[in-house]
Design a protein around this ligand. Structure first.
Ligand code: TNX
Length: 519
């Protein structure tokens, strides 16, 4: 009997050991850790190790690949301590290296990529540089968690052998940061951009003006920032971006294939401007600066010519700072503007946007007006408005407040956030489909998916991270990954494994009990 047990024990444990061994390389880089989940992933059982002898080679005509090679080298440097060289190569014959290539495969689209990892080499190819950039994020996620450490770590930098082909579901994948209710300086915005880039987001919507503050320097109307930017919710000192600082942010984002969409909210949400210039008010009297969190009490004087001169100046200066195609003109919660004034106002503002060669985006109320061809309506609350936009032939940006608003509390105990739309736990944030959420708004009507973060209750980067994580990776996946194969039960396991990665990145995330966290 005893011997039988002993033999059984030896037999069982040897199965355990062999199966561990067989899986050890693949387990390292199990695709289970990737967020957003790629279109297709297969494991080939091999593993590649990055060492200090590894080079990053650009194959063929660089066409923008060199900068991405350098970005990859930079990302690998702090934790590995390796200074990987980036140079050109005629072919990928030399083993032990990483190869980047722009290739003429338009089926990958502007943002898709292919990644092949074998024991000999890593080959990352794409049709456009943005695809290479997204592929680099996949490489980062395939490496051991320690790769995100800011200091040198002693470990072997192995990547499990894999073949990935990947491209996004939605063309626009965004997040909004409200820098008006509380001001966040350029360094915070850069960190925000880095966090977006890690999850293959390509759009950063900056809410630059509201009742509590005006945050972008407009040279022709200087009081907007000197006065209108001088405070914030709760009465702090506020702040604003000079045009130089803003340009630097636009470039920082563009280097990471992220387009900044600037928003000037109007005709409501305009108290900071109304406090800065009396002539923008119907009674020619400047309002007081505002540090509360009520909405819907302010309005530009829609009947004055000076209002349109003002908006023209602002949008002209903003256009000069904006290489991207979009200007967001707000249009939400204009409860202090009569409907008969709101409609011609928003139409005129769309005309100005068009005059400057840009495409307008507006919150869903904009559908009450006649939409210019190309105008995007951002669904946040009113499905009737959004359907009306679709009826007019417009595309919708999907930001349903009860699913995608990152300023909503997780539950009643959350230390920051509001809950007017819903409590949004991590599972609820993930479990919805933009293409079926609203009857009558299907995949073909949708321009993209955006997760907004309003800042009434948050004033520091740590607070941003607490509301953003761990919900944000889920929005990135909804926007990027195929609908088929998405499901909370499978996703939560990947997210759980991702926890240590967020920790290594210094992200101060909410440890939701819904997620099986793995240390
Ligand atoms: C609604 S969403 C707003 C914002 C608030 C937000 C808070 C939208 C277009 N308007 O002004 O900051 O709720 O959740």
């Amino acid at each position: 009997m005893r011997l039988q047990y002993l033999l059984l024990f030896i037999f069982v444990s040897s199965i355990g050991i062999t199966s561990c061994k067989n899986n050890s390389e693949t387990a390292l880089i199990d695709a289970a850790n990737l967020i957003p989940k790629p279109v297709s992933v297969t494991s080939n059982g091999e593993a590649f190790e990055i060492t200090d002898a590894t080079s990053i080679y650009i194959l063929g005509e660089p066409q923008g690949a060199t900068e991405i090679g350098q970005y990859l080298a930079e990302k690998l440097r702090p934790a590995t301590g390796f200074k990987l060289a980036v140079s050109n190569a005629a072919d990928n014959a030399k083993p032990g290296n990483i190869y980047l290539e722009i290739k003429a495969d338009s089926t990958l689209g502007n943002e898709g990529y292919e990644l092949h990892v074998s024991k000999d080499k890593i080959t990352l190819s794409a049709y456009k540089p943005a695809g290479l950039f997204h592929g680099v994020q996949t490489i980062r996620q395939l490496l051991p968690v320690a790769i995100e450490s800011p200091s040198v770590q002693q470990t072997s930098w192995k990547i499990a052998g894999t073949d990935i082909r990947d491209y996004p579901l939605y063309h626009l994948r965004g997040s909004m940061l409200d820098v008006a209710r509380h001001f966040f300086g350029p360094n915070d915005v850069k960190r925000y951009i880095d966090l977006l880039a890690y999850y293959k987001i390509n759009l950063l919507h900056l809410h630059l003006s509201d009742d509590q503050g005006w945050r972008i320097e407009i040279k022709s109307w200087p009081n907007l920032t000197t006065h209108g930017g001088s405070t914030q919710v709760g009465g702090g000192k506020g702040g604003f971006y000079t045009q130089e600082e803003y340009k630097d942010l636009v470039k920082y984002a563009a280097d990471r294939f992220i387009t900044i969409v600037p928003e000037i909210d109007m005709p409501g949400h305009t108290n900071a401007a109304l406090a800065s210039y009396p002539e923008l008010n119907c009674n020619d009297t400047a309002t007081q600066l505002y540090i509360g969190i009520e909405v819907g009490f302010s309005s530009f004087c829609t009947k004055k010519d000076i209002t349109y001169k003002f908006i023209d100046d602002v949008l002209r200066e903003l256009t000069a700072l904006t290489p991207g195609p979009y200007l967001h003109i707000g249009g939400d919660e204009s409860h202090a503007t009569k409907k008969e004034d709101y409609i011609p106002f928003m139409s005129k503002v769309q005309e100005i946007v068009k005059k400057y060669g840009k495409t307008a985006i507006g919150w869903d109320e904009i559908a009450l007006t006649t939409l210019q061809p190309g105008t995007i309506a951002q669904f946040w609350a009113d499905s009737a408005n959004s359907k009306e936009a679709v009826r007019q032939g417009a595309k919708i940006m999907m930001s349903p407040a009860n699913k995608a608003y990152m300023d909503m509390q997780y539950d009643s105990t959350s230390k920051f956030g509001l809950h007017w739309a819903a409590y949004i736990e991590v599972d609820s944030a993930y479990s919805w489909n933009p293409a079926t959420l609203v009857n009558g708004i299907g995949f073909e009507n949708i321009a993209g998916v955006e997760a907004p973060l309003w800042s009434e209750t948050i004033s520091k980067m740590d607070d941003i991270e607490y509301l953003m994580f761990p919900r944000f990776p889920g929005y990135a996946e909804i926007a990027w990954s195929p609908e088929k194969g998405r499901g909370w039960d499978e996703y939560k396991v990947r997210l759980g494994k991702h926890g240590s990665r967020m920790k290594a990145m210094g992200i101060d995330f909410y440890k939701s009990a819904k997620v099986p966290w793995v240390e």
